[in-house]
Write a protein that binds this ligand. Structure first.
Ligand code: MN
Length: 505
């Protein structure tokens, strides 16, 4: 069965405390969602502001493949604002639980039904496709909810949505009222689940199993309070877990990670590391037992292949790592220590771990260098020219010349300061050739005074999710930053080339 994905990142997601998007940002996210393959995009709530109306209008006219929808209360002016924004599809709602009727709307149940019916009739008379939500449906009297849904069906609504507005439902209850609703209306039904008890995805899946055709979801599960059902978790669970029926969606799962990162960056809400599917650690391994298993057969400790969601697995060195893990990590850089050397490296890693220290690939490579008495890594990237100008009145400007595997590249860019300008110029080059971007930048002063030594640590990431860290120490903040950046790029390119070689590419 094909499940319809109604994405509300731009409406419920934007109602996350602290998030406000410009019309341009909303349009850019809508385009990403369209590429991802969502069936419908709830672009916003046109009545709330001029900017919101403008954003919805632009999205409605962007020529997207997805249907574009806007939110409207059961008020004429809200529906008119949706029509003015160029929408052909609205999501209209009125609360139906006694607590909302009494304390928010000050309406009787009968008055609420009348308002709902009038709004649906008005929207249909304006030529709109209508999806009707009974807000707080899961805390609404079960018989009254059926009555509301039957009334709006008679008024001509095209779709019914069941919102679990405060995340109050259990999977069993949402299944029961989904069945009620289908029996009462024979219309396509959606479920809109919130995550107040961490059950949003489970509830959405339960609704689908009970016959709903659609779920309202958001990227990274953002949304009011604890958020909405997360698109990536919902889609992958439908695709990969065992059900009596086979479920499919139009989502291109390989774009999930990229889309998640994009939305996180634009809205400024970080994804928790242990989040399913898109969290930093979702395909990371540290324990020696797990690493050993995954190296022999990834299915031992990974339910799905990371490539399926556009990611790569990674191994973390640390005190739980075994010899297998250490060898696998060094192999990524083309380093093959002997058995004795591996053992010695592992002992040093464990010692650092027991001291509570986090061992990154920077430390691992430096330990390995000492143990193996080697000069270091193969150099693919050389800095062959560099200058930066800074001062008052002009924006800092950098010129960078790199030689990458024998070929020369030149990059120039501006920045808020000389370090930013230099890194932007480098990213212009590496962005083109391998889509490397900087993920973390940290500057520490090692000693005091204006001649102090500084230490720059950076983490870079390519578009496949490969990551590498590098550290550089020096007297000049700009040059030290550039050196760390170049080392990081060298490492990530080395990883990528060796990986392609191993795959026989
Ligand atoms: Mn909601």
């Amino acid at each position: 069965m094909k499940v319809r994905i109604f994405d509300t990142t731009l409406r419920d997601g934007e109602q996350t405390p602290g998030i406000a998007l410009t019309p341009d940002q909303k349009l850019a996210i809508a385009q990403k969602l369209d590429e991802l393959g969502v069936d419908a995009i709830e672009a916003g709530f046109p009545i709330i502001s001029d900017g919101e109306k403008k954003a919805v209008k632009e999205i409605a006219h962007a020529g997207l493949r997805a249907e574009v929808c806007g939110l409207a209360r059961t008020e004429k002016k809200d529906i008119d604002a949706a029509v003015d924004s160029g929408l052909k599809y609205i999501h209209t709602f009125i609360a139906t639980s006694d607590i909302h009727l009494k304390y928010k709307l000050n309406l009787t149940r009968e008055q609420a039904v009348t308002k709902a019916v009038e709004a649906v009739e008005y929207a249909k008379s304006r030529g709109l496709q209508v999806e009707f939500s009974a807000e707080d449906a899961t805390r609404t009297d079960r018989e009254f909810l059926k009555k509301v849904f039957r009334a709006v069906t008679d008024a001509g609504t095209d779709r019914i949505d069941i919102p679990d507005t405060v995340g109050y439902s259990t999977p069993q209850y949402i299944a029961a009222i989904t069945k009620d609703t289908i029996d009462a209306t024979h219309l396509p039904v959606s479920v809109h689940c919130h995550n107040d008890f961490g059950l949003a995805v489970a509830n959405a899946i339960s609704g689908i199993q009970a016959g709903a055709q659609c779920a309202h979801v958001t990227i990274n599960g953002i949304g009011e309070r604890a958020g909405n059902a997360s698109l990536e978790e919902f889609v992958m669970a439908l695709q990969c877990l065992q059900f009596d029926n086979k479920f499919e969606t139009n989502i291109n799962s390989k774009l999930l990670y990229e889309t998640s990162r994009y939305v996180s960056k634009v809205v400024g809400v970080q994804v928790q590391p242990n989040k399913a599917i898109v969290g930093e650690n979702a395909f990371g391994h540290e324990s020696g037992i797990h690493t050993h298993g995954v190296l022999n057969n990834p299915l031992t400790y990974e339910p799905i292949s990371p490539e399926l969601v556009g990611r790569t697995r990674w191994f973390q060195v640390g005190k739980h790592a075994g010899a297998h893990g250490i060898s696998a990590m060094l192999e990524e850089y083309g380093i093959q220590p002997s058995k004795e050397q591996t053992h010695e490296i592992l002992e040093q890693v464990k010692k650092l771990g027991d001291q509570g220290k986090h061992v990154t690939d920077v430390e691992l490579l430096s330990i390995t260098g000492e143990v193996m008495h080697q000069e270091g890594l193969r150099r693919l990237v050389h800095l062959t020219g560099f200058s930066v100008s800074t001062g008052m009145g002009n924006m800092p400007y950098a010129f960078v010349k790199l030689n990458i595997e024998g070929k020369d590249f030149i990059g120039t860019d501006y920045g808020v300061g000389p370090v930013d300008a230099s890194i932007n110029a480098i990213q212009k080059i590496t962005g083109e050739i391998s889509k490397v971007r900087i993920k973390e930048y940290k500057l520490d002063s090692i000693s005091g005074g204006s001649e102090a030594l500084c230490e720059v640590t950076i983490k870079v990431e390519d578009s496949y999710g490969n990551q590498a860290s590098a550290k550089s120490i020096g007297e000049d903040i700009v040059i030290t930053s550039v050196q760390a950046m170049i080392d990081g790029i060298n490492r990530i390119m080395l990883k990528k080339i060796l990986k392609q070689k191993n795959l026989g590419l």
